[in-house]
Design a protein around this ligand. Sequence first.
Ligand SMILES: CC(C)(COP(=O)(O)OP(=O)(O)OC[C@H]1O[C@@H](n2cnc3c(N)ncnc32)[C@H](O)[C@@H]1OP(=O)(O)O)[C@@H](O)C(=O)NCCC(=O)NCCS
Length: 180
Amino acid sequence: MSIIFETPRLLARPWQPETDAEQAALLYTDPLVTRYLGGKSAEPDLAAVRARLHRYAAVDEGKGALALVEKDSGCIVGAVLLSRLPGRDAELTDDYQVGWHLRRDRWGKGYATEAGRAALARGFNVLELPVIYALVEAGNTASVRVTARLGMEALGPTTRYYGGEALDLFRLTAEKYHRR
Ligand SMILES: CC(C)(COP(=O)(O)OP(=O)(O)OC[C@H]1O[C@@H](n2cnc3c(N)ncnc32)[C@H](O)[C@@H]1OP(=O)(O)O)[C@@H](O)C(=O)NCCC(=O)NCCS
């Protein structure tokens, strides 16, 4: 299995929908996890989780939604995204985002920040992206705190992405990243 990147406590690798679905259900059937994700509602069953993972598994050169595996336990604890943003018409744009989803029992450990930091490093150092965004729904303060810890700048609401939904936009430029 190809590891795309790793951090002190986590590995990021492509999803394997058939074998990962049961663990991913701990994430995507939990309404507190899916509350601020596109689609909003929790997946109703394992088949729906598997279908979601099939969408996520379509990664290209490590770009997309990757499974996050906790090194100590070998458990899947979430997902990290480094992916192209869908625009107003839902077609993919050339703009990239970072993102994070964690199982509820792994919140409060710094995993999202740790994975996000590694995804940004990959985006800037390997993919040589000029800018990386994050899109956060109003009220998702835990996610806003992750963007702040990663040094991302708040640009305010936008309707440029995700089919025109109003979301708060955060940005880190390569210039600022390399200056730090
Ligand atoms: C958004 C989400 C990933 C944030 O999770 P989180 O646990 O708050 O974020 P981190 O993993 O970065 O952990 C940071 C917290 O762990 C604490 N922490 C504990 N040990 C730590 C360590 N070793 N290193 C860093 N932080 C640590 C920090 O103090 C911080 O807590 P605070 O925000 O209360 O100060 C999580 O709430 C989630 O999965 N939500 C559902 C999915 C979602 O909405 N995703 C975002 C869509 S935009």
